[in-house]
Write a protein that binds this ligand. Sequence first.
Ligand code: RAM
Length: 356
Amino acid sequence: MLKRSKLLLIGLALVIVGCQKEAPVTGDPKPADSGSGSGSGSGFKIVFIPKNTGNPYFKDVIKGFEDASAEIKASFVTTGPANGDATSQISYIKDQIQRGVDVIALAANSPDALNPVLDEAKAKGITVLTVDADLAKNESHRDAAVIPTDFSKLGESQVELLGSLIGYEGPFAILSATTDAPNQNAWIATMKDTLKQPKYAKMKLIDTVYGNDDAEKSTTVCEALLSKHPDLRGIISPTSVGLAASAQTLQLSGAYPGGPHAVGKGVQLTGLSTPNQLKKFVQNGTVTSFQLWSPRDMGYIATYLGQQIHSGKLKPAEGGKFTAGKLGEKTFGKLNVVAAGPLLTFDKSNIAKYDF
Ligand code: RAM
């Protein structure tokens, strides 16, 4: 264990150095069409507020907004807080109300802390969409939601994936985003339900920790998990930041299956992240497989949806349909939720063909 702790310390130092190389993060609004000269012809203004800035996952969501905004000649900007705290988006939403945008799309950091400011936006005639993370049990404070995939199946898919990697047996932990994150909390709840099925009776969830969608914090909590539970068989990290940081930590610790410091069969790490962030860890054997969807499609669909609701052409209602540009017809589910696309599973056999 001593060796593992020392390696973890070296790992932390490397991860911090790695993080510092990232592009500087700014909370200033960024026009999507800057430089291209296109995308603002219609006067229709849409803003996307991610959970936090500097997360590659949201950069892909933003690309989708940019693609669709260029097609419909909307003026798109993105702005957001540096961290994913429950209340961190409030001042950004207020600023956008002041700017007089037509649509505010946001990945919510809290299921309920934003209710008053979103009501203020709606009262001013702004269409409010949640994208990626919805307002669980507070859906009346937005007009519609675009979620990445069918959430009812996600928790089960993640547990099944880890189960298949560890022979459906052994202690495992969850390394999540923030304690308030509505999407991660919904998935964790369905993971816990799934564990009640007899098939998973020998898998024991022994710890749930939070890396706040921050690479450094995720590294620290992953290191702590590895040293606190030497018999750990698996980690599910259903956050793109958490999974990438954990993969780096696990690689440096050597505790992955077949690694130089693996205890028994080693730790299987899985969860949700972008293929580009995880590619090297899958190719070098630290991670066997993990999942995600297309973040870009979500932003693309939300742009078309926001425009059609705002223009009055579309009234969201369960079973109702609309056309999202090149992605074709989409249907509202319960509570005006639109699921963007399928859940994808990545491993050595297919990861090279994905670039996002
Ligand atoms: C992080 C965020 C986001 C989630 C992905 C999988 O980027 O928490 O909300 O959908 O991970």
